[in-house]
Ligand binder design. Sequence first.
Ligand code: ZN
Length: 199
Amino acid sequence: MEYYSGRISSLIEELSRLPGIGGKTAQRLAFHIISMPEESAERLAGAIVDARKNICYCSRCCTLTDSQFCPICSDPSRDQKTIMVVENSRDSAAYEKTGQYHGLYHVLQGAISPAMGIGPSDIRLKELMQRLQAEEIGEVIVATNSTLEGETTAMYISKLIKPTGIRVSRIASGVPVGGDLEYIDEVTLMRALEGRTEL
Ligand code: ZN
């Protein structure tokens, strides 16, 4: 016997497809949404549809944004000679929260993972190399995660950039092995940045 009517079940089902949302949480969220004032539910649904339709990749750093260039790339007060390479937009957001990094970013949108069949051409490396040709960059700081994939990606980037003569450094291992950048506290992130070593 179906416990809930079709519309409730389908809302629960859609919510339970989201990462980290199990069946119970999906039910709780569904009933919360149903009890919301209609305008609030419409605002939530509208924000989801709007974000999905209008978010694109920044033409310069490949982060997710809603215009051709993201706010950081369009800010002339940022240090235009330093690029920090991260795996995803959440990682650059973590560094932004420290308020101590003033350079630019490049967001790879992933990491090399032979096990998952993700090769160098599946992440935004070509875009990084194009930037290094077009912009006057003095240092590339590789801040990929301390996972096997992150380290593999860092090695690969170092090999690519070395011949260009641009300085390549790797954030210090203050970031624990297997650590996801977005979950690490700001002090550790700052120490990792300050203690970076040349690759
Ligand atoms: Zn950008």
